[in-house]
Design a protein around this ligand. Structure first.
Ligand code: ATP
Ligand code: MG
Ligand code: MG
Ligand code: MG
Length: 368
């Protein structure tokens, strides 16, 4: 029989909708002559269902964000790599074994090592990074610690844990003040710019912390890079035996419409499109591009990355290369940066999806 791929999407994080949009596109390009495909949705409440994967329903229409169909049949991974229908008070019936999972999930409970752990426990192969890399790559504090350990430059930051904010908010404000403004206030574990604010003075700080805390009780506040150019690089591979490949550099420039950084609207919504310019490849001096690409590989290895990642950098006014973050399951719609970087590096969208599945099929689970 053909290998069976479960494309798992949606999920409990605030990036649920973006995951749905991505999945709709990926489901359309997987080669059905080669693979059996099962769309599996995870609702915002955490229920797993056998989705139809209908691309029309899973797109952003008239500004309305898509959601997993919670009324679909409930499913679970059972023993022996089997996907089973698990309706209450009914005998579970199997949908057969799954050979590989494409966890197209962004943010907590998906991009952070949790589903990777579940799949490891079940001995099921999957696309992308393992438990550790996913967890480190999700946490903007721990990724910085690891990046610094690997010799990469990061922006100065202050961590505001739940207990810090509850016990002594004034000490938090003082610590942030010492960074100098502007600062970026972020949920430590998030993505798609959700919950992120650029703060220009102490007066704006509390609101931004409250906003970030709505996504994650662990908040990170970063000094803003000075007039940075935003450069992103894709990494692929890095599984047993193979050296990771690195894409060309891409650049994002945001201007107008009241947007002063790459926020959710400029990333994903049609109304933000006119303020967002993506250049692939980025117009960079050759030496600088080589430096950024080499640092992307250092970052990927620093977290023990596997399969894929997008590494986000700032090149500041002095030409200094600063790493902003790594994303182990980057935005993956055909117009997203990651697929565009690979298209410009010789792998179009269907080829990229095929490559990721091929890598995953040879991936071993466990400590190997
Ligand atoms: P994604 O995972 O979708 O790339 P994210 O939610 O993890 O995004 P970041 O990439 O950390 O968030 O930040 C979002 C955007 O905010 C950046 O692309 C950049 O435009 C701006 N930004 C974040 N941190 C800084 C900083 N320290 N200095 C200058 N700009 C910043
Ligand atoms: Mg991110
Ligand atoms: Mg992300
Ligand atoms: Mg980013």
């Amino acid at each position: 029989r053909k290998p069976r791929v479960a494309v798992v999407f949606g999920g409990r994080s605030s990036e649920h909708a973006i995951s749905c949009v991505t999945a709709a596109n990926v489901l359309q390009v997987i080669d059905r002559d080669k693979y059996d495909v099962v769309p599996v949705g995870i609702s915002t409440s955490g229920h797993w269902v056998l989705e139809s994967g209908d691309p029309e329903r899973l797109s952003i229409t008239d500004g309305k964000l898509p959601e997993v169909d919670v009324t679909a049949l409930p499913v679970l991974f059972g023993a022996n790599r089997e996907l089973v229908i698990s309706e209450p008070e009914q005998v579970p019936s199997t949908l057969g074994q799954v050979d590989v999972v494409f966890p197209l999930l962004h943010g907590p409970w998906g991009e952070d090592g949790t589903i990777q752990g579940l799949l490891e426990m079940s001995d099921i192969r999957y696309v992308g990074s393992g438990v550790l890399a996913s967890a480190v790559g999700m946490d903007k504090h721990h990724m910085k610690v690891v990046f610094q350990g690997a010799g990469l430059d990061v922006t100065p930051y202050v961590l505001i844990r739940d207990r810090d904010w509850i016990r002594d908010p004034e000490a938090c404000r003082t610590a942030v003040d010492a960074l100098g403004y502007p600062v970026f206030v972020k949920p430590c574990r998030g993505g798609s710019s959700l919950g992120i604010s650029k703060v220009n003075s102490l007066a704006e700080l509390d609101d931004a912390i409250v906003e970030a805390r709505a996504h994650d009780p662990k908040v990170i506040v970063e000094a803003a890079a000075k007039d940075p150019r935003e450069i992103e690089v894709g990494v692929l591979g890095g599984l047993d035996g193979g050296l990771p490949e690195v894409s060309v550099c891409g650049e994002i420039a945001i201007s107008g419409g009241g947007h002063d950084f790459y926020d959710f609207e400029t990333k994903y919504l049609p109304e933000g499109e006119e303020y967002t310019a993506l250049s692939v490849p980025a117009e960079l001096p050759e030496e600088l591009a080589a430096e950024v690409r080499a640092k992307a590989l250092v970052a990927f290895d620093a977290i023990d990355g596997e399969g894929l990642a997008r590494v986000d950098f700032f090149v500041d006014a002095d030409g200094k290369v600063i790493i902003n973050e790594i994303n182990t399951m980057p935005g993956f719609t055909p117009t997203s940066m990651f697929p565009r970087l690979w298209a410009a590096s010789g792998k179009d969208y269907p080829a990229l999806v095929e490559h990721l599945l091929t890598l995953a099929m040879t991936r071993k689970t466990g400590l190997r």
